[in-house]
Design a protein around this ligand. Sequence first.
Ligand code: SD4
Length: 323
Amino acid sequence: MANRRKFIAQAILGGLGVSIGRQAKAAVQLPFSGKASEPTVISTWNNIKSNKKAWKVLKKGGRALDAVERGVQVAEGDPDDMSVGYGGRPDRDGKVTLDACIMDEVGNCGSVCFLQDIKHPISVARLVMEKTPHVMLAGEGALQFALENGFQRENLLTEKAAKSWEEWKKESQYQPVINIENHDTIGMIAIGEDGNLSGACTTSGAAFKVHGRVGDSPIVGAGLFVDNEVGGAVATGLGEAVIKTAGSFLVVELMRQGRSPQEACEEAIRRITSKQKNYKEFQVAFLAMNREGAIGAHAIHEGFMYALSRGGEHQVMDASSFL
Ligand code: SD4
């Protein structure tokens, strides 16, 4: 469980991040130095299992890209995680439709959206990045591409998720739920031993959404953005609100301008609360790390947390909030 004392420690670290962020401003005017950083993994909510998997890759000197892919696969394959992959809550028609994207240290990215019947959309997104001249594949085309590349078709609707859909149908109201549960959409950023950053984001999206709806998570710049010279950011919460403000890109650009990751996340949340009048009705949270390893996390509402792995330790940290 999140530990408030650790959060205070982290807030102090966030304070340090202010000066680290200023260094980042200077660093971006120079070519990337390749300076070795301390390997670190951060991910949205409290998915320590995913972090541990990613950490294993980094510990062996592996690439951050491999770490984030393998890390989020854990959440995708977990039937008890009802916001990601297998076991995810379906749309209003009872279909589990998945969104995911991945981004590496040189700005390559791959994405799939509205993908059905494939347990690991993040790995399909990686193949889109590595095997095609494209960035994003959707729906049927994404499924066809996955099947052609050896992915198996699987039924992703678990009994538990089907039950929650049956319950939902009694009222059939579409209303965003704040902090649905403490293991929502997973967005992960990692820094490897070589100082390179990568990120991944994967989700079954808003529960009981309109069939065909795509959220922020597979949209590069909304749900995820990584710039190796600056840092990376991920978003969780109501995707529509994140897309409207190009959220993760905004956080990275604010860091490029010299803000610490914490300041950048706070400013991006402020952007949403100042422009979107109904902000009290939904949750959005940003999580960011700059290339020096300083971390920031901020949400509209209380209750957002993130998992941090560094130096072989894994912790869940509470994030600060606007309200
Ligand atoms: C979406 N951003 O599809 C995702 C959902 C999410 O925490 O992050 N929930 O809108």
